[in-house]
Design a protein around this ligand. Structure first.
Ligand SMILES: NC(=O)c1ccc[n+]([C@@H]2O[C@H](COP(=O)([O-])OP(=O)(O)OC[C@H]3O[C@@H](n4cnc5c(N)ncnc54)[C@H](O)[C@@H]3O)[C@@H](O)[C@H]2O)c1
Length: 357
C-alpha cells in the first residue's frame, strides 16, 4: 500500500507525540514540515530526517506530493490554516480546538464539505486505550443505563527536569492567540469532549470559575467547578479542576497534570484512573458491577498510545472513508460546551450551548 504523505504545520512541543504515530508506520509518512521558527525547523528536520522544511505554510500547501496536513500551531491559526489546506486539496487534521469562535468552526465545516476532503479534529483523549475500553463497556451496557459522569482534573508540578518553556505558554495566555481559558478551553477541551462522547449532547450547564493572576500577569482560570445536564434523559455530569502548587505529578511526557473519571450506571461504575500522566499507582481502568470489582491492570495506559492511534485513524479514514473522531460538528459542539461554561461563570446563570454563536 502507498503510504499517505503528511506534512506538519507547526513543529512545537506536542509534535514529539504526533511523530510517534509516523515512526515505523506502514500507513503514514511524515513528508514535509513547516514552522515559522527557523531554528526549531532545522532541529526537527534533522531529528526526524524529513525534508522539505518550510517557514511559510503556503509553500507546504503548494507541494503536490503532500496528501494531508496536521495543523499543530497556536489556536488562533487553526481555522485560517485549516481552510487554506482544504482549499489546496489536502485532507486536514487540526489539533484541538478547531477554532476559537463558532463562525470559524462553521466556515471550516463548510469549506471541508465543499472540498470533499476529510476534516478531522485531533482530540487525543478519545483514543487513549483505557477511555476506548471504558466507552466500549459503557456502550455494551456493562454497567446498565448510563446515569452520570464525574471528571476530576489536577494540575501540579513536575520533577527537576520539568522546565516550563516560556514560548509555549506565552501564546496560550494571550486571549487573542490561545482563545482564553488555559484550563477550561485549552486543557478542558479534552475533558468536555469526553463528557459528550461518553454520555451524549448537553442541554444546559452551570459553572464557577476563579480567574486569578499568576506569573507574567497571566490569568489562570482555576479552580473551576461545573455541572451540566444531558439532553436525552435525567443524566448529569460534573467537573472539578484544581491547581495544587505543591502536588508532585509523575509524568512520562513532562506534563504535571492528570485526571480521573467516574462513570455511573444503573448497575455499576467504571473508573478511568489516569490519562495525561501517572499520578497514582492504581489500575488504569476499574469496573464494579454485580458485587465484583474488575481491575484492568494490563491495559495499555501510555498517553503516547493515544497519539499513535489518533494519527493512524486519520490515515485509515482517508483510505477507507470511515468517520474519524472528532468530526467538524463534534469539534464545534465541544467548543460551544467550553464557551457555555465560561459564559455561565461570567453571568452566574445556567447556559445552553446553542446560545453560543
Ligand atoms: N493533549 C494534546 O493533544 C495536546 C497537548 C498539548 C498541545 N496540544 C495542542 O497542540 C497545538 C500546539 O501546541 P504545542 O504545545 O505544540 O505549542 P508550541 O508553542 O510548542 O508549538 C506551536 C508551534 O507552532 C509554530 N507556529 C506558530 N505560528 C506558525 C505559523 N504561522 N506557521 C507554522 N508554524 C507556526 C510555533 O513556532 C511553534 O513551534 C495546540 O493546538 C495545542 O492545544 C494538544
Amino acid at each position: 500500500m502507498t503510504k499517505l504523505k503528511v506534512g506538519f504545520i507547526g513543529t512545537g512541543a506536542i509534535t514529539d507525540l504526533h511523530y510517534l504515530g509516523y515512526k515505523d508506520s506502514d500507513l503514514v509518512e511524515l513528508s514535509a514540515i513547516c514552522d515559522t521558527d527557523a531554528d526549531l525547523l532545522e532541529k526537527r528536520s534533522k531529528q526526524w530526517n524529513v525534508k522539505p522544511a518550510y517557514t511559510d505554510y503556503r509553500d507546504l500547501l503548494s507541494n503536490e506530493d503532500i496528501d494531508a496536513v496536521e495543523v499543530i500551531t497556536p489556536h488562533h491559526l487553526h481555522a485560517e490554516i485549516g481552510k487554506a489546506a482544504l482549499k489546496a486539496g489536502k485532507h486536514v487534521s487540526i489539533q484541538k480546538p478547531m477554532a476559537i469562535n463558532i463562525p470559524d468552526c462553521d466556515d471550516l465545516i463548510d469549506t471541508a464539505e465543499r472540498s470533499g476532503k476529510l476534516l478531522r479534529i485531533f482530540e487525543n483523549f478519545r483514543y487513549y486505550p483505557p477511555m476506548v475500553k471504558a466507552k466500549q463497556l459503557l456502550d455494551e451496557g456493562s454497567i446498565g443505563e448510563p446515569l452520570s459522569i464525574r471528571i476530576k482534573v489536577v494540575q501540579g508540578v513536575g520533577g527537576d527536569d520539568w522546565e516550563i518553556p516560556y514560548r509555549r505558554w506565552k501564546w496560550r495566555f494571550d486571549p487573542a492567540q490561545g482563545g482564553e481559558g488555559r484550563v477550561i478551553l485549552d486543557y478542558g477541551y479534552h475533558h468536555f469532549s469526553l463528557a459528550i462522547w461518553f454520555m451524549g449532547e448537553i442541554e444546559k450547564v452551570k459553572a464557577w470559575i476563579t480567574n486569578r493572576t499568576i506569573q507574567n500577569g497571566w490569568i489562570l482560570d482555576s479552580p473551576a467547578v461545573a455541572m451540566w445536564k444531558y439532553k436525552d434523559a435525567d443524566k448529569y455530569g460534573n467537573y472539578e479542576a484544581m491547581t495544587s502548587d505543591n502536588l508532585f505529578v509523575p509524568s512520562k511526557y513532562g506534563r504535571p497534570e492528570d485526571e480521573w473519571i467516574e462513570l455511573s450506571g444503573s448497575k455499576g461504575f467504571i473508573w478511568i484512573n489516569r490519562c495525561t500522566s501517572e499520578l497514582m499507582d492504581r489500575a488504569p481502568l476499574v469496573m464494579y458491577r454485580d458485587g465484583e470489582t474488575t481491575e484492568f491492570k494490563d491495559i495499555d495506559s501510555d498517553w503516547g498510545s493515544s497519539f499513535v492511534s489518533g494519527v493512524r485513524d486519520f490515515a485509515a479514514a482517508i483510505n477507507d472513508g470511515h468517520t474519524s473522531t472528532l468530526t467538524g460538528q463534534e469539534g464545534k459542539a465541544v467548543l460551544q460546551f467550553c464557551r457555555a461554561l465560561q459564559l455561565s461563570a461570567k453571568e452566574n446563570r445556567e447556559v445552553r450551548p446553542e446560545e453560543i454563536l
